[in-house]
Design a protein around this ligand. Sequence first.
Ligand SMILES: O=C(O)CCC(=O)C(=O)O
Length: 256
Amino acid sequence: MDGFVVKLPRGQPGDGGGSGAKRPRLDKPGPERPPPREIRAEGLCCDYRILFGKAEADEIFQELEKEVEYFEDELTKLQVFGTWHKIPRKKVTYGDPGLSYTYSGVTFHPKPWIPVLTRIRERVTSETGHTFNFVLINRYKDGLDHIGEHRDDEKELAPLSPIASVSFGACRDFVFRRRGRAGPGRAGLGGPGRISLPLAHGSLLLMKHPTNLHWYHSLPPRRRVLAPRVNLTFRNVLPRAKQGNVQPPGPLGSEK
Ligand SMILES: O=C(O)CCC(=O)C(=O)O
């Protein structure tokens, strides 16, 4: 990976620079809770921090494993360049009533919120100051499960709203690749072309505008990872009447 700018936090440990909404006081940084990081590159703006300490993250992870009901049958397939594939992970959506979200040729209607998801969503909001009406959950049974390179650019997403990605379970590498770059160091373009971030148990990665316009992301396979991981991406889905912000499609088929 070539370098990217990591700025250390302003003010209090755990200060996310949100809208000032009241949020729980976080523990001091330490081995279990490294300081928050700002990840910046051209067209990329993300904040990373530990949101839940180990004990709380363990408890939430167990509850997610017990309570979340993943999609089955047709909803576990996706279309890439016209061909249907079974996805290499489990997924499901929860959210406010009446919303729908279409990607990779499938329309998803969210299941109603359940207490463990409301708990995580409220913590994300109190930490960041942003509200969310929808969550996509991906479960990776081990390091062979993965998600291919894509951008979260569906027309249903509120265009300027960030996406909050919360992870539990095995630590996995999350990789950004800039649009139009085959890899790091390609001639003619400044800055890094690829950024890899290990996403820890209980962590929050806040992906802000315009990251999803300029950067793909993926969770590549990691053979050595034997444990499961659950990732929740909290989003803002526009009600049908307000949709219409169609962003130009990227060169790749979406793999979500
Ligand atoms: O599991 C992850 O960290 C990535 C999930 C993702 O890329 C997505 O939901 O769009």
